[in-house]
Design a protein around this ligand. Sequence first.
Ligand code: P70
Length: 468
Amino acid sequence: MKFPSEPFKIKVVEPIRRTTREERDRLLRAAGYNLFQVPAESVYVDLLTDSGTSAMSDDQWAGLMLGDESYAGSRNYYHLEETVRSIFGYKHVIPTHQGRMAENLLFSTVVKPGMCVPNNIHFDTTRANVEHQGAQALDVVIKEAYDPRCELPFKGNMDLIRLEEVIHREGASRIPLAMVTITNNSGGGQPVSMDNIRKTRALLNRFGIPLFFDACRFAENCFFIKEREPEFADKSILDIARELFSYGDGCTMSAKKDGLVNIGGFLSLNDDQWAQAITNMLILVEGFPTYGGLAGRDLETMARGLREVLDEDYLNFRVGQVRYLGELLDQAGVPILKPIGGHAVYLNAKEFLPHIEQAQFPAQSLVVALYREHGIRGVEIGTVMFGRRDPATGRTIHPELEMVRLAIPRRVYTNMQIAYVAESIVDLYRRRDMIHGLRLTYEAPVLRHFTARFEELERQPLLQRAAS
Ligand code: P70
């Protein structure tokens, strides 16, 4: 397999520091074994998230100096509005400081207690924002999405049969909108096909239910459509995006991903009444509608980033770099979620650490070991993030997928650093028996993964465990 090299050269460098194992061990204890609590300066390769961590281009940095910081009517807003309309095609463009505020504004306006919002798989903030309204967040992705070994080209697809069942069961009047997350982050960064989107739209049309996209990684999704759906092989990414969004009524966007910016987001939609109610709320909690919690210069970098992300040489490198890491791990026998997603490689912690049961947080244990041994920070996407307590019994219901996500920031690390990550993980895989589980000592009532604290469990000898 051939991997594309970087379609850019480096103009500015940011030094990063290596730490010792002892230092990292100390930091882990102080952080309660939660990597969100470790200072970033003590991380060598930071794969915690691809969100807000992109390197901006010289054109974006130049755009910063053209920020028009007027309270109302900033020219950068008009530039953003025109850019968003030309790609996404929706009438209203409402800037927000990041994605979750777009979600909060949308759901607080249209979702009422007792309603439900289906999605392929809700990501943490989307789920939390739906539930915050007293509504139910339902995941209706195809069942293959939960099998880490199953290789399908579009494993983010909606399960149309289940979606129809949900509509019949809940009643269309209790579903104010359906969402599709592109790419499907919680399911391994897997794309959704245009065919599936067309069919989802047709199904929802029969019941008059609006469709919104959670569009954070839309360009990566469109790249996969071009690569994997023959009908689109000769289409530009822009044309694919335009067609895709034409099947929706609006979208929420965290521009910290495919907007190639460090902060920013928006909500875009067609419905005038919804837009008006949302705008009124925006003024109350976020800011005037032509800046939405951002500086004019941030709006400008977002407008420029949204154009740049459509570049095929960039996307080819981007998706190729993630694939490069995945292939290096796969070739060495490390269990990863397949196929390799658009923004991250996901380690299958259940298979990596079969000796740690899910109640002892295998994915979190792996995240801890990867940092302690090699200074690399990943993120747990498993029981810590998505485990839920059964209100009746108080017991934890574990999610099916127990993964460590290695999210690759855009245009930040060289392929040599990626090779270092692969080598480190292969080393850890060889020594996996020495990794032990964790016990939760503190959890917040919502989005607990950001602040949870743990203690390390004493290692149980394997023989003793087998006998018990
Ligand atoms: C990530 C971050 C954010 C996100 C998303 C989807 C599909 C909405 C949002 C919210 C969150 C994160 C997770 C672990 C570590 C750090 C950060 N995803 N929808 O990395 O957007 O953050 O702008 O409010 O993926 O996947 P925003």
